[in-house]
Design a protein around this ligand. Structure first.
Ligand code: FO1
Length: 314
C-alpha cells in the first residue's frame, strides 16, 4: 500500500508517525503545509515541516509537539536581555536548523532540497515534501483586520475572531518536485487530522493538487472530536465561521474529495450525517497521546483501506 499523506503541524504529525511505523520509506510520502512559514529575526522558519521532521526523527518536544525535546534556551534568554523579540520561542538546537535553512535558501537552494538534506542529517528515511517550494503565507482575516498566521496563532494566541483566510500567492505557486508524482503513485491519499482551515486548505489551494488528489481514493481522520479540536483553534474557527464544529462538519469541509472518514467513538452519533454525504465511516479511538495509539490508528486505517479497496472504492 503506497500512501501520500497530507499533514500540517502537531496533530497531523502524530498520524504520520503511526503510518511511518507500518510503511517503509518507499511507501509513505508526507506532503506538508507551508502556510505557517515566515521570516523572523532574519531567519526562514518552517514550523509544520520542522514538526513533521522532528516527529519522524524522534526529536520532537513531546509536550508542545513543536520544537525539539532536550532543548536549551541560552539564545532566547540572551536575546531577551538584549531587548530582542522573544514572543516566538526558538530553542538553541532548533535555532541551528533555521540558521542552516536560511543559509541554504540564500545560496539558492529550493526549500524541498533543504528539507531533504535536513532529513538525511537527522536520520529521517521517509520523504517529507513541502507542498510547494514557493512561499504561500497564510493570512487570517479577523474582526481586527488581517493578521499574519504566526501573529494570529502565537502572538495573539488565536484570540481574534476569524472571518476568513487567504493563502497569499497560492494561485501562482506550483507543487514542489515530487508532490504530484507521490499523489499519482499513491494507492490512497490520507488527510491527516490537522486543522482543515489553516493546515490542509493551504495545500489544497495549490493549483493542480485538488484535482490530483480527487483522482485517488481519499481517507481522512476527523480533526474534530466531541465538538472540539484535539489541539489548536480548528473548532473555534468553525464556530466563528458559523459552522457547528462536529466530525460531520469536518467531513463536509472536504466534500467531493473524500470517500472514507474516520471518527472518534465519541462521535458515533454523527455517523448517519456523514454517510448521507456519501462517505463510508469508520468509528474508533482516534486520540493519539502515545506512540502505540498512533501505530494502532494507522494500522486500523490501512486495514480498512485494504478492505474498502478490495471492494473497488473508485
Ligand atoms: N507555537 C507557539 O504557540 N508558541 C511558540 O513560541 C512557538 C514557537 C515555535 C518554534 C518553532 C516551530 O517550528 C514552531 C513553533 N510554534 C510555536 C508552533 C508554530 O506556531 C506552528 O505554526 C503551530 O504549531 C501551528 O502549526
Amino acid at each position: 500500500m503506497k500512501i501520500a499523506a497530507l499533514a500540517g503541524g502537531v496533530g497531523g504529525a502524530k498520524l504520520v508517525q503511526g503510518l511511518a511505523d507500518h510503511l517503509g520509506p518507499d511507501r509513505l510520502t508526507v506532503i506538508v503545509n507551508v502556510g505557517d512559514d515566515f521570516d523572523h529575526l532574519g531567519l526562514r522558519i518552517c514550523p509544520d515541516l520542522d514538526t513533521v521532521m522532528y516527529t519522524l526523527a524522534g526529536l520532537a518536544n513531546p509536550v508542545t509537539g513543536w520544537g525539539r525535546a532536550d532543548e536549551t534556551w541560552a539564545f532566547l534568554e540572551t536575546l531577551e536581555a538584549l531587548g530582542g523579540p522573544t514572543w516566538f520561542r526558538l530553542g538553541d538546537r532548533d535555532l541551528a536548523l533555521h540558521v542552516e535553512r536560511t543559509r541554504r535558501l540564500r545560496e539558492g537552494a529550493r526549500l524541498s532540497q533543504v528539507v531533504e538534506q535536513a532529513c538525511l542529517r537527522l536520520g529521517v528515511q521517509h520523504r517529507i515534501l513541502p507542498a510547494s517550494d514557493d512561499p504561500i503565507p497564510t493570512l487570517v482575516e479577523t474582526a481586527e483586520g488581517w493578521l499574519n498566521f504566526q501573529e494570529y496563532f502565537v502572538a495573539r494566541r488565536c484570540e481574534p475572531e476569524v472571518r476568513g483566510f487567504r493563502f497569499s500567492g497560492a494561485e501562482q505557486a506550483t507543487p514542489a518536485p515530487g508532490v504530484l508524482e507521490a499523489i499519482e503513485a499513491a494507492d490512497s491519499v490520507v488527510l491527516c487530522p490537522s486543522n482543515p482551515w489553516v493546515s490542509l486548505d493551504p495545500i489544497l489551494a495549490i493549483p493542480g493538487l485538488r484535482d490530483a488528489i480527487r483522482a485517488r481514493p481519499v481517507v481522512g481522520v476527523s480533526p474534530i472530536v466531541g465538538g472540539e479540536a484535539v489541539k489548536g483553534p480548528a473548532a473555534k474557527m468553525f464556530r466563528e465561521l458559523g459552522i457547528r464544529p462536529t466530525a460531520a462538519a469536518a467531513a463536509a469541509h472536504y466534500a467531493g474529495l473524500l470517500q472514507l472518514w474516520i471518527i472518534d467513538d465519541q462521535d458515533d452519533r454523527h455517523r448517519k450525517d456523514i454517510e448521507s454525504l456519501g462517505l463510508r465511516v469508520w468509528v474508533t479511538n482516534t486520540l493519539m497521546p502515545t506512540y502505540d495509539d498512533r501505530r494502532r490508528l494507522a494500522a486500523e486505517l490501512l486495514a480498512w483501506l485494504e478492505r474498502e479497496m478490495v471492494m473497488d472504492l473508485k
